[in-house]
Design a protein around this ligand. Structure first.
Ligand code: GDP
Length: 357
């Protein structure tokens, strides 16, 4: 992992390490350069590049990740000097989303974001863009298309935009169909890796027959969930909660994120075992504020209590006495969660809901 000149660079690098781990790679070392390199075409100073090259050889690193967004020239020069693929933060985030996108719209959004990111970086590049590096940055629907030239890339981007627009219309239609069911909608929000899809599976799992799950095939991120006292709801999963989401990615995920605003209730799932749990919660709240969903009714659940540190969990629960501690993986305390969700649903929704046979 390479450098950043930010004042708060320890924290920034710690976050970057978490992102890299979330993408599936192991961090074998860090290198910090406190002052901006006088040679702007290389990102790092000559001496630092030498240091990095030696460290990479020693640790057998297969990939270098820069904390800042690199210019195409900086990346190319660095790769030449180091003889290892170099990625930046945005590409790592895109890789995480590529691994996690589940709906067809989400997959297209990730591909569009990947290609839009690549396009200005293609200029003058004769080489192929497929790279090694532990797979990071090469995954996702964008991968097989990375070798096409600029013109075909632009063509593909235009097509993706059309497909996403069409899916958006389809989504509006689906939403109306969902409304016809008169089920309250609970939006599952939470930092990447907090366990949202595990929880959605655990809650919707065995109780609802496949026949009753019309949305799953169309959109695996919406499920019918049985709550307590016979009440049901539709629960939606949302990708896109991550720290320092670059602005152009916020735009790409905005459409899906905005569905959160329409939900009757938000369920904020927090990984209680994460070392930076508070900062992850903050990042989620900031995103909710951004999309205008900060004031919505919300239930907080602390997940992964099976692997959380007990004093830390006690501290979190003391700070948030209404939160529900659960383990989505081991299905611990889910009945309590179902009960709390029913009670937190706005009155109107509960009445409509319970009237349904
Ligand atoms: P998402 O990104 O929020 O959808 O998170 P996932 O559902 O993909 O879960 C991320 C990782 O956390 C997976 O490896 C899960 O198996 C794991 N996980 C989810 N819930 C729990 C839990 O309660 N306990 C433990 N130990 N791991 C969990």
């Amino acid at each position: 992992i390479a450098c950043s000149e930010e004042a708060d660079l320890e924290r920034s690098l710690e976050e970057l390490s978490e992102l890299v781990r979330a993408a599936g790679a192991e961090v074998v070392g860090r290198l910090v350069q406190k002052e901006r390199s006088p040679d702007n075409t290389l990102y790092l100073g000559r001496g630092k590049v030498e240091e990095l090259r030696a460290a990479a050889l020693f640790t057998r690193a297969q990939l270098i990740v820069a904390d800042d967004e690199l210019t195409p020239l900086q990346r190319r020069n660095l790769e030449r000097a180091l003889d290892i693929p170099v990625l930046d933060r945005t590409q790592v985030i895109l890789d995480i989303f590529a691994q996690r996108a589940r709906s067809s719209e989400g997959k297209l959004q990730v591909e569009l974001a990947q290609l839009t990111y690549l396009l200005p970086r293609l200029t003058g590049w004769g080489q192929t863009l497929s790279r090694l590096g532990g797979g990071i940055g090469t995954r996702g629907p964008g991968e097989t298309k990375l070798e096409v030239d600029r013109r075909r890339l632009k063509h593909r981007i235009a097509m993706l935009r059309r497909q996403i627009a069409a899916l958006g219309r389809h989504r509006a239609l689906q939403r109306r169909r969902r409304e016809d069911l008169h089920l309250p909608v609970i939006a599952l929000v939470g930092y990447t890796n907090s366990g949202k899809s595990t929880l959605l599976n655990a809650l919707s799992g065995s109780q609802v027959s496949a026949r009753n799950r019309p949305f799953e095939t169309l959109d695996p991120t919406v499920r019918r969930v049985l709550l307590a006292d016979g009440a049901q709801c539709l629960m939606t999963d949302t990708v896109g909660f991550i720290k320092k989401l670059p602005a152009h990615l916020v735009a790409a995920f905005r459409a899906t994120l905005e569905e959160v605003v329409d939900a009757d209730l938000l369920l904020h799932l927090v990984d209680a075992s994460a070392p930076d749990v508070e900062r992850q919660m903050e990042a989620v709240f900031e995103t909710l504020e951004d999309i205008g969903a900060a004031g919505r009714p919300l239930v907080l659940a602390f997940n992964k209590i099976d692997q959380a540190n007990p004093p830390e969990l006690r501290r979190l629960l003391a700070l948030h006495p209404d939160a529900v501690p659960i383990s989505a993986l081991y299905r611990t305390n889910l009945d309590r969660l179902r009960q709390v969700l029913v009670e937190a649903l706005p009155e109107r929704e509960r009445v409509v809901e319970l009237a349904i046979p």
